[in-house]
Design a protein around this ligand. Structure first.
Ligand code: 5CA
Length: 185
């Protein structure tokens, strides 16, 4: 046995990863923050969503529908596009795909898909967790008329493992969305 202090120092150094490899905040804390931000945003709009968390993930519409046991069409996809450089939000039924030509005609400009950084910048949330309202700043929002046919729909609550249920009326009111048909045939 050598000097026990030296032994401890070696063990400690061996156990610690280099500082620059550590994430600044754990994924769990980041997600908790995003859920809280979403809840506060929803409250400010007069809603008190019951947020359900599914550890297996609700990142895609298919995963979300399987998790809650609803129809795929009841899932609200909160998709960010750019129209003439401005972010816009297309709340789209999980059963539909966006026809970007229709969306462009509706909004009056050329449409492109926002990338992951663009989504976070426009909404304050990550792809797969983007909620339909309660964003960093209000976005021009359109809602797929197909969603309005259901008694209730489900949307992301700020993280890719949470969802909440609401009525189509609540969705339209809280998002300030204009109802339209922009889904592909
Ligand atoms: N939590 C689920 C159901 S509520 C959800 O957020 N679904 S979603 O459809 O709104 O978000 C995932 C969508 O993000 C996918 O449909 C996909 O079209 C889009 N997406 C995934 N990766 C990227 C990417 N790298 N760039 C742009 N869009 C992406």
């Amino acid at each position: 046995m050598g000097d026990p202090r030296q032994h401890t120092a070696e063990l400690t150094q061996a156990a610690l990863p280099p500082l620059d490899s550590l994430p600044r905040m754990s994924e769990g804390r980041r997600r908790a923050g995003a859920r809280e931000r979403f809840f506060a945003g929803a409250e400010a709009l007069g809603l008190t969503p019951e947020i359900l968390r599914f550890p297996e993930g609700t990142r895609t519409a298919e995963q979300a529908a399987a998790a809650v046991g609803c129809e795929l069409g009841q899932i609200v996809k909160s998709l960010v596009f750019l129209c003439g450089g401005e972010p816009v939000l297309a709340l789209t039924s999980g059963a539909n795909r966006v026809d970007t030509t229709r969306l462009g005609d509706l909004l009056g400009g050329a449409i492109s898909r926002a990338d992951a950084d663009g989504v976070r910048e426009a909404t304050g949330y990550a792809i797969g967790g983007t909620p339909p309202f309660g964003h960093a700043r209000p976005l021009r929002t359109v809602v797929d008329r197909a969603l309005l046919a259901y008694d209730s729909v489900w949307a992301a609550a700020g993280t890719p493992d949470t969802v909440f249920e609401l009525t189509p009326d609540e969705l339209v009111q809280a998002s300030g969305a204009e109802a339209a048909d922009f889904a592909a045939d």
